[in-house]
Ligand binder design. Structure first.
Ligand SMILES: [Zn+2]
Length: 407
């Protein structure tokens, strides 16, 4: 039985039935899913939940499907690691890493949102799905559309990392490079969705799609044994992930599984594309769009759709937003790899870089429980690292040569 009740506009409060909609028809405000939490509380307990298979669908009552899921049975329930060595280096006793670099099937948190939106597209009867993507979403849509036997159209900015292009193309979607940045691609996709009547997961299925991110928040609480962390540090592209993790925490408060959502939310951006953190720091009443210029391409959204709401969530929680340079992003990637054996893509370098800054500036205190989210796999953006950094010797297959290298 579905527990999602309706869509509601975050701006004017107008309610809509569960249909394929991009935004409020009255005021163009974003649409949020609402649920019957009292009914969820009656029909589901923490114990029942814990007996389910370890994937994102264990939280299905909190997801907007009316029928059983169609894809994504290996998505989610990624490790939450007590990061002792990185914590020691940064001066944090209780640091945890939520590691979606090992999410399935395509090694980023986008597998979560795509599992929901493709299942929903099939429910709605769409035969063609698509997306505008900065890379990870392209991988996830192409893979899950292939597994569902759906035709897919994937539009990407022309300058994406080679690995992200190949890791999309291999699934044989209709992959199209568009001249311009993500914001340009996104506008074109809105037009195509209207004209063709296809399901663009982050356009006309956006309200459903975005709900998939909540499962990362649900998992964090379950994996911390229903303890609410003091701080959560998250990367921000469109700003949706941060809002949805906050929503997940609020949901577990509503059904009585945690006492109160007291977590502070911290948002991380690259300085080369920081419209959200700038709006926070400068106290702007609104988001000022920017032209992205950063190696963190998966976060390079100059006009973030949920940016305003992310600033609001951060402020209300008592957290902060900040940004780091491309150099600090690579240092962040390096630091996480050396201390925890986790290889993250550039977005994770942004998160670790900002985490380091927050600790140095004493916004995060040593004894607090802090969770930082790694949202994608390092192999996808390997080109930001350079072999020359590592001075790797080359020798003949000769023992004496080996001894020489050790000196
Ligand atoms: Zn509205």
């Amino acid at each position: 039985m579905p527990f999602a009740t309706h869509l509601v506009c975050r701006e004017c409060g107008k309610k809509y039935p569960l249909a394929s909609l991009t935004a409020c028809e009255e005021c163009f405000g974003p649409l949020e899913l609402d649920y019957d939490y009292a009914a969820i509380q009656k029909s589901l307990s923490r114990e029942m939940l814990q007996s389910r298979p370890p994937n994102m669908w264990r939280y299905r009552e909190f997801l907007p499907l009316s029928e059983p899921p169609k894809v994504g049975f290996d998505v989610g329930f990624t490790p939450l690691i007590h990061a002792r060595r990185l914590g020691d280096t940064l001066g944090l006793k209780n640091l945890y890493i939520k590691n979606d670099a090992v999410n399935h099937p395509t090694l980023s948190f986008k597998d979560r949102v795509v599992a929901v939106s493709i299942s929903k597209a099939i429910e709605f009867g769409f035969r063609v799905v698509g997306c505008a993507s900065t890379g990870n979403l392209a991988n996830a849509v192409a893979a899950q559309a292939a597994s569902a036997g759906l035709e897919s159209y994937i539009l990407i900015p022309e300058d994406l990392e080679t690995v992200k292009i190949m890791a999309t193309a291999v699934y044989r979607p209709r992959l199209i490079k568009v001249r311009g940045n993500y914001d340009t691609v996104n506008r074109l996709c809105s037009e195509i969705a209207d004209e063709k009547g296809w399901a663009f997961v982050n356009v006309n299925l956006r309200p459903y799609y975005a709900e998939g991110s909540k499962t990362m928040g649900h998992e964090i609480l379950e994996q911390l044994n229903w303890q609410v962390p003091d701080n959560v540090v998250l990367p921000m592209a469109g700003g949706s992930l941060l809002n949805k993790i906050n929503k997940a925490f609020n949901e577990f408060e509503k059904v009585g599984w945690i006492q109160k959502n007291t977590a502070k939310f911290f948002g991380a951006q690259a300085s080369g594309c920081s419209p959200i953190s700038t709006a926070f720091k400068e106290n702007y009443p609104d988001i000022q769009p920017v032209k992205p210029k950063t190696i963190a391409k998966s976060l390079a959204i100059g006009n973030p759709a949920d940016g305003y709401y992310a600033v609001e969530t951060i402020r209300r929680s008592g957290g902060r937003a900040d940004d780091v340079s491309d150099e600090e992003i690579v240092e962040g990637i390096q630091l996480l790899a050396e201390t925890e054996g986790i290889f993250t893509e550039t977005a994770g370098g942004v998160t670790i870089g900002v985490l380091k800054k927050l600790v140095e500036e004493k916004h995060i205190h040593p004894d607090e429980v802090t969770v930082a989210a790694i949202t994608g796999q390092g192999l996808k953006t390997v080109e930001v690292l350079s072999e020359t950094t590592y001075s790797i010797p080359i020798i003949n297959a000769d023992y004496d040569d080996f001894e020489k290298v050790l000196k």
